[in-house]
Design a protein around this ligand. Structure first.
Ligand code: PEP
Ligand code: MG
Length: 756
């Protein structure tokens, strides 16, 4: 391990800064004293503190050495001059000849032309820049690394002073200042439609550190090593668990993880930070913030992933040092809120209070489409790829999220808020208008009944399904409750949940899909190697066949939950008939065991398959001899058919489910299932879009499953459609060479008065 230099000088300086912070006087007076002692201690002629004000403006807040009149007058934009440059890069800068740096900008009101050298550091809080501290000297001075480190440590303390709201009002820290905090609209991609207004909550596990500064570095190091020991112990226990149980974290991931935990450079940086006078927890936060700021500049996805590893590690270590961290979203006092995150897993989304969570904005949001599926189950709008929105939004800003148009309006004006409130009312009225359709049958004008079912994953979906008069649950994604859990649910917990779903469905059919995890559908307690193409990797039934215990336990729970009633189950991602046979064999074994144990078996057991891998469509004859039903998962089916990542916004609109190739495939599946007398349906997202659903009905699909919010619009479409006319029309389209038949189908709808 690297030898840690002792820096008693910087510790003394930090202790003095801490005393000033704890002492008397206004925040401004304390800041003035801080610049004075930094200048004295570092033998600098100038010391300045700039604070980031609303509208991305850095204002000179305290200074010694420059013209006093410049304080509160000198303002720089992010990126402007050396100070703006430090803020933009979120990195320290030390220059012996500052004026020759290309970013140098001369401000006559400060009189700083005399000073040749400059060292500055960003003031960071939660990985965001909130100001800059800089020292300047007349001579061409070479500042040492220890000196900039020392400034960084003081910056942490000053960050707390800024965040306290004593220096600039918390109103300005968070809310609208007409002159500088202008409203902004950020364009992203639609991950789920809908409209909502709420308070912004940035998704970041916030650490409350009560003790930033510590007098005795040795005690802090002991605490650090104690926590590290605990953390290693916890990782080792996970490693042991992975040896003995199915469902433990795969060994190689944990090994890598432990390697990171023992990374000498990382630990050395934490120890160095302690040497400068920080408490152990503040030192971990400092190193985490530095790493975050550094990695943020990285465009290489591999390196960005490493940032997540170190960040995760730092968070775990903090947990061992100070206990649980709180997330702002769990606060009860924010009212309705819109979550803003760089990216997040579905399980993390489910950690938030669902009654007040009204929308989700993601800076990335393409890789983890599953969070969007969970958000859809929660019926909240989601906008992804929303630029650098975290840099523009503060906690408690007002946000309007318009999922339909993939727009996020940050700090909208009062007029805009009124307009959006009006739109919200109009939407509510439209939704209420659909309510009048809940009790009427989903029947076309020519008398064809279409079974409309919901896609579910939360218990609340079951109530919604009944409320809106759907026929049943066409797809129950069992992985969603697994994601909500902190550990792998055992048979009892699964059985209890499935039983509640069946009970509450009151006789309406429920199709349980066995666990579809792996690839990008991560469980928080079971990190699986992602591979290069996670969607095509070790996921869904592929995992079940390799870890049969998981499938057997799930089936055991389902048999118990059914308790003699009908049970419908399907497997995800079946690629070939042999896989269906293998999965079925595991299930049969479990039935035999249940029988031998005298368990009550379901009065009727229907075992079906998802059709979401194109290869399976070429084995339809063999498949249809074996299955009780087929459910087309168009989301995956088309991503594989078109070789087009379903989560990538760049190619999201490139291929259309209403393209001739896609419709030919669906028509073929529908015809073969009809001929064989096997029930078939579509449960992918296309079934919930009125025009796409219209095409499916034209192809012969009579059973559709969709998000609850789509039932009303799809039923309105069905009741205004003559299916026979549409089928005749579509017969003429299959040989088309066009990119998509969407426009033709839209014209048909308009000409025939179909509500789409
Ligand atoms: C599908 O792929 O269409 C489907 C319904 O499954 P999921 O979206 O859960 O992958
Ligand atoms: Mg799928």
């Amino acid at each position: 391990m690297a030898r840690i230099p002792t820096i008693p000088g910087s510790r003394r300086l930090l202790a003095r800064v801490r005393d000033i912070m704890a002492g008397a006087g206004t925040a401004q007076e304390r800041l003035d004293r801080i610049v004075a002692i930094i200048a004295t201690d570092m033998v600098a002629e100038v010391c300045s503190i700039y604070v980031l004000r609303a509208g991305e403006v850095l204002e000179l807040f305290a200074n010694t050495g420059l013209a006093p009149s410049a304080v509160h007058q000198t303002r720089l934009n992010i990126g402007e001059g050396l100070i703006g440059n430090i803020a933009r890069r979120a990195r320290p800068l030390a220059l012996s000849d500052a004026q020759s740096h290309p970013a140098f900008a001369y401000r006559p009101e400060t009189g700083e032309e005399k000073y040749h050298s400059l060292a500055g550091v960003p003031i960071l809080r939660d990985g965001r820049v909130t100001g800059v501290i800089a020292v300047q000297n007349r001579t061409r001075r070479h500042y040492t690394e220890e000196e900039t480190e020392s400034l960084e440590t003081i910056a942490m303390v000053v960050a707390e002073l800024i965040a306290s709201g004593e220096l600039i009002s918390s109103d300005e820290l968070h809310a609208v200042d007409g002159a500088t905090m202008l409203p902004i609209t950020v364009q992203g991609v639609r991950l789920n439609g809908g409209l909502a207004i709420g308070t912004a909550i940035r998704h970041e596990r916030r650490v409350t550190i009560d003790r930033l500064v510590a007098d005795n570095p040795d005690t802090e190091k002991q605490r650090l090593f104690g926590a590290l020991g605990d953390m290693h112990g916890a990782i080792d226990r996970m490693l042991e668990a992975s040896d003995v149980a199915d469902g433990g974290e795969p060994r190689e991931i944990l090994e890598t993880y432990r390697m990171f935990a023992e990374d000498a450079g990382w630990l050395a940086r934490i120890e160095e930070a302690i040497e400068t006078g920080l408490s152990a927890e503040a030192a971990v936060v400092k190193v985490r913030n530095d790493t975050r700021a550094r990695f943020r500049m990285q465009t290489d996805p591999y390196l960005r992933e490493r940032m997540h590893d170190f960040e995760d590690l730092a968070n775990r270590l903090l947990k061992h040092l100070i206990g649980e961290m709180v997330s702002p979203g769990s606060r009860a006092d924010v009212g309705d809120f819109i979550l803003v995150a760089r990216n997040m897993g579905p399980a993390e989304l489910l950690d938030y209070d669902r009654t007040h969570l009204k929308g989700l904005v993601l800076e990335e949001g393409s890789a983890t489409t599953h969070v969007a599926i969970v958000a859809k189950a929660l019926d909240i709008p989601v906008v992804g790829r929303a630029g650098e929105i975290l840099a523009m939004v503060e906690n408690l800003d007002t946000i309007v999220i318009d999922g339909d148009n993939a727009e996020v309006h940050v700090r909208p004006s009062d007029e805009a808020i009124n307009a959006y409130n009006y739109m919200l009312t109009a939407r509510a009225q439209k939704i209420a208008a659909y309510a009048s359709l809940y009790d009427v049958p989903a029947e076309t004008k020519d008398g064809i009944h279409i079974s409309l079912n919901v896609n579910a994953g939360l218990l609340a979906d079951v109530q919604n399904m009944k409320d809106i008069g759907a026929d049943g649950i066409g797809l129950y994604r069992t992985e969603i409750p697994f994601m909500e859990s902190n550990n792998f649910p055992d048979v009892d917990r699964q059985a209890d949940l499935y039983q509640r779903i069946i009970d509450q469905s009151e006789g309406k059919p429920v199709v349980f899909r066995t666990l579809d995890v792996g690839g990008d559908k991560d469980l928080p307690y079971w990190k699986m190697a992602a591979g290069e193409n996670p969607a095509m990797g070790w996921r869904a039934v592929r995992v079940a066949l390799d870890r049969p215990t998981i499938l057997r336990h799930q089936f055991r729970a389902l048999i118990r939950a059914a308790n003699g009633r009908e049970l419908r189950v399907m497997f995800p991602m079946i690629t070939e008939v042999a896989e269906f046979d293998a999965a079925r064999h595991i299930v049969d074994q479990e039935i035999k065991t249940a029988e031998a144990r005298g368990r009550t078996l379901p009065e009727k057991l229907l075992i079906g398959t998802m059709l979401e891998v194109p290869a399976l469509a070429y084995q339809m004859d063999a498949l249809l001899e074996r299955v009780d039903f087929v459910s087309v998962g168009s989301n995956d089916l088309f991503q594989f058919l078109f070789a087009s990542d379903r989560g990538s916004p760049v190619i999201a609109d490139r291929y259309d489910p209403l393209a001739p190739a896609a419709l030919c495939l669906l028509a073929d599946v529908a015809r073969r299932c009809t001929d064989a007398g096997i029930p078939f349906s579509v449960c992918g997202e296309m079934a919930g879009r009125p025009l796409d659903a219209m095409a499916l009905v034209g192809l012969g699909f009579r059973n559709l499953s969709m998000a609850t919010s789509s039932i009303g619009p799809v039923k309105a479409m069905i009741r205004s459609l003559s299916a026979t006319e549409l089928t005749e029309y579509m017969d003429s389209l299959f040989s088309s060479s066009e990119h998509s038949l969407r426009e033709k189908l839209r014209e048909f709808a308009v000409d025939h008065g179909v509500i789409i």
